[in-house]
Design a protein around this ligand. Structure first.
Ligand code: 13P
Length: 253
């Protein structure tokens, strides 16, 4: 048995204007008013963070950003610093999502810099890793994940990583309706934990939460959460509707 507290996270990606985000967050807070035994976070677009922060304050819902830039401030047009996220009310930040790796040149090295900046500013990084369909088919899943994890976490100590959250998101399962089976998810989560154990020791490996992401829905969450190394979910499409997302949060009922 472990004492890892489940975390259900909603990544809103590039969806929702400010009024839409406020409306959705307000409905979610109502639907989750009795929720106490689980951590919940939502990651609206940057533009809606400050307003959504006012809506979720005092509720069980925490706020996350979808990315950050590692510099503290400066002439970096279009970028957002860690301190800006903290001042907008963020507790978490998603880092290295496969869409950022695929479309915006995110690399393991930049993931590493962003994670460091998150820790330095007391933000909890949710570090995303995952293999593509081609990598899985060519049986490279484990080597790809091993590299992403080791390079992304290079030069950290086990003490630094206490608050880290990892999200395993197989690229072939994102937005496709193709969920990894709960056995496939468990196999990878167990592998990721073993890599963490080798690099940072057993105590840290056992305490880090590893979320699964990729077409998580109300009808598959319970099965995924029944796996011993699945500690939560990073939900995309199904987090946009408050009713649907609250059903995922209440997966035990
Ligand atoms: P979907 O749940 O829409 O497949 O997205 C998963 C995801 O990318 C969450 O970060």
């Amino acid at each position: 048995m472990t004492n890892r507290r489940p975390l259900i996270a909603g990544n809103w990606k590039m969806f929702k204007t400010c009024p839409e985000a406020v409306e959705t967050a307000g409905q979610l807070v109502k639907l989750l008013s009795m929720t106490t035994d689980i951590d919940v976070m939502i990651a609206p677009p940057f533009t809606a963070l400050a307003q959504v922060s006012d809506v979720v304050r005092g509720s069980c819902v925490s706020l996350s950003a979808q990315n950050l830039f590692w510099e503290a401030q400066g002439a970096f047009t279009g970028e957002i610093s860690p301190a800006m996220l903290v001042s907008a009310g963020c507790k978490y930040v998603i880092i290295g999502h496969s869409e950022r790796r695929q479309y915006f040149n995110e690399t393991d090295e930049t993931v590493n810099r962003r994670i460091k900046a998150a820790f330095d500013n007391d933000l909890i990084p949710v570090m995303c890793v995952g293999e593509s369909e081609k990598e899985r088919e060519s049986k490279n899943t484990f080597s790809v994940l091993d590299k992403q994890l080791k390079m992304g976490l290079e030069d950290f100590s086990s003490d630094d990583l206490k608050r880290l959250v990892i999200a395993y998101e197989p690229v072939w399962a994102i937005g496709t309706g193709k969920t990894a089976t709960s056995e496939q998810a468990q196999e990878v989560h167990k592998f990721l934990r073993s890599v963490l154990e080798k690099s940072f020791g057993n105590i840290l490996a056992k305490s880090i939460r590893i979320l699964y992401g990729g077409s998580v829905k109300p009808n598959n969450i319970a099965e995924l959460m029944a796996m011993p190394d699945v500690d939560g979910a990073l939900v995309g499409g199904a987090s946009l509707d408050p009713e649907t997302f609250s059903k995922i949060v209440h997966f035990r009922e």
